[in-house]
Design a protein around this ligand. Sequence first.
Ligand SMILES: *[C@@H]1O[C@H](CO)[C@@H](O)[C@H](O)[C@H]1NC(C)=O
Ligand SMILES: *[C@@H]1O[C@H](CO)[C@@H](O)[C@H](O)[C@H]1NC(C)=O
Ligand SMILES: *[C@@H]1O[C@H](CO)[C@@H](O)[C@H](O)[C@H]1NC(C)=O
Ligand SMILES: *[C@@H]1O[C@H](CO)[C@@H](O)[C@H](O)[C@H]1NC(C)=O
Ligand SMILES: *[C@@H]1O[C@H](CO)[C@@H](O)[C@H](O)[C@H]1NC(C)=O
Ligand SMILES: *[C@@H]1O[C@H](CO)[C@@H](O)[C@H](O)[C@H]1NC(C)=O
Length: 394
Amino acid sequence: MIWGKSFIFLFQICGTLEKHFQGQFPLTQNVTVVEGGTANLTCRVDQNDNTSLQWSNPAQQTLYFDDKKALRDNRIELVRASWHELSISVSDVSLSDEGQYTCSLFTMPVKTSKAFLTVLGVPEKPQISGFISPVIEGERMQLTCKTSGSKPAADIRWFKNDKEIKDVKYLKEEDANRRTFTVSSTLDFRVDRSDDGAVVSCRVDHESLNSTPQIAMQVLEIHYTPSVKIIPSSSWPEEGQLIVLTCESKGKPLPEPVLWTKDGGELPDPERMVVNGRDLTISFLNKTDNGTYRCEATNPIGQNSTEYVLIVHDPNALLGQTGPDHAVIGGIVAVVVFVTLCSIILLGRYLARHKGTYLTNEAKGAEDAPDADTAIINAEGSQVNAEEKKEYFI
Ligand SMILES: *[C@@H]1O[C@H](CO)[C@@H](O)[C@H](O)[C@H]1NC(C)=O
Ligand SMILES: *[C@@H]1O[C@H](CO)[C@@H](O)[C@H](O)[C@H]1NC(C)=O
Ligand SMILES: *[C@@H]1O[C@H](CO)[C@@H](O)[C@H](O)[C@H]1NC(C)=O
Ligand SMILES: *[C@@H]1O[C@H](CO)[C@@H](O)[C@H](O)[C@H]1NC(C)=O
Ligand SMILES: *[C@@H]1O[C@H](CO)[C@@H](O)[C@H](O)[C@H]1NC(C)=O
Ligand SMILES: *[C@@H]1O[C@H](CO)[C@@H](O)[C@H](O)[C@H]1NC(C)=O
């Protein structure tokens, strides 16, 4: 029994020792840092019997041996040195610092752990080229957005008024010396008037930018021919009234002033026909004002015009009119007269018969039958009369 217990105890010690030596190995982690930043390289040893630790760079040069600096590079500093940890920092990291760093624990044999230092290249502020302002409607515009220095290659996206434009050419070129990329994207589109004032932006996203994209933008200026539209103040202009014809013209540059003409010539009566900006005001309308009025708008891009046919109506036209309207009025009058006449006749006859019934009642059954006329005109009426009479008979 005692021997058995001792054996178990020994066994436990062995287990602890085994664990102890198992834990004696270096542990490192890969590090990613943005160009210009500081990278911390940490090497840990959980169980260490005072064995030395060392960091070396991708070129196999020793950086630190325990707390002793080995390479002359003042960007490299000691963060912490103990039997359990050797941590160093590399500040102002450049792309050439990228590579595999090694932490060595000088046991027999030497145990190592590798840490890969990844350096991200920050994309430069994007530049838009090919921008022309103003552009005439219908022409093509080719905008190229370019950014250098990204590693890995940055992503470029285009937006027009915050709406993404898809299907754009994307080009990526590797800069052999610096291991970075120059990326560009070209937007090729035909402009129209709706693009005037639109904001076109090129957005560069990259993991080094901390989700704050780099943006370049341009405001488009599109020139286009005028469009014109005449809006009359009244849809039924009558003689003696006033009408205002407004010529709404849009265009860029703005067409100003508009030109008003009548039937291909100048406005015939400048006293009554006054042009004020876009508005043509014709006062005291006269039938002689009938005709085609034209509004013409011109800007440096081109010209456009529209017409309005003015018909001045006679305010007394309704009374003087002949034809269907007259017939309808005549018809209505005839119907009214007819209905009135009929009503008078019927009323007259009813009153006459009512008087007759009264007389019959006075006679108290002397004469049973009412006059023949009443019976023929109103059967229902005669029934009522008959009932009245029955009552009197009982
Ligand atoms: C690197 O270590 C230093 C010292 O411990 C610390 O101040 C700094 O924040 C660390 N940097 C990173 C990127 O972890
Ligand atoms: C490790 O070194 C410390 C002093 O730095 C010493 O006190 C300790 O006994 C040493 N341990 C071993 C296992 O050598
Ligand atoms: C560290 O980086 C290297 C090289 O990129 C890779 O092969 C390895 O799997 C990475 N290790 C870890 C633990 O991420
Ligand atoms: C003239 O304007 C109309 C609309 O008002 C437009 O549809 C037309 O395209 C314009 N013509 C030209 C030559 O711009
Ligand atoms: C219309 O013009 C004619 C000739 O200019 C004139 O004789 C007439 O009085 C005018 N009518 C009205 C309503 O102004
Ligand atoms: C003007 O137009 C109205 C309606 O069509 C017509 O009655 C009138 O005779 C026209 N006047 C002239 C002078 O053309």
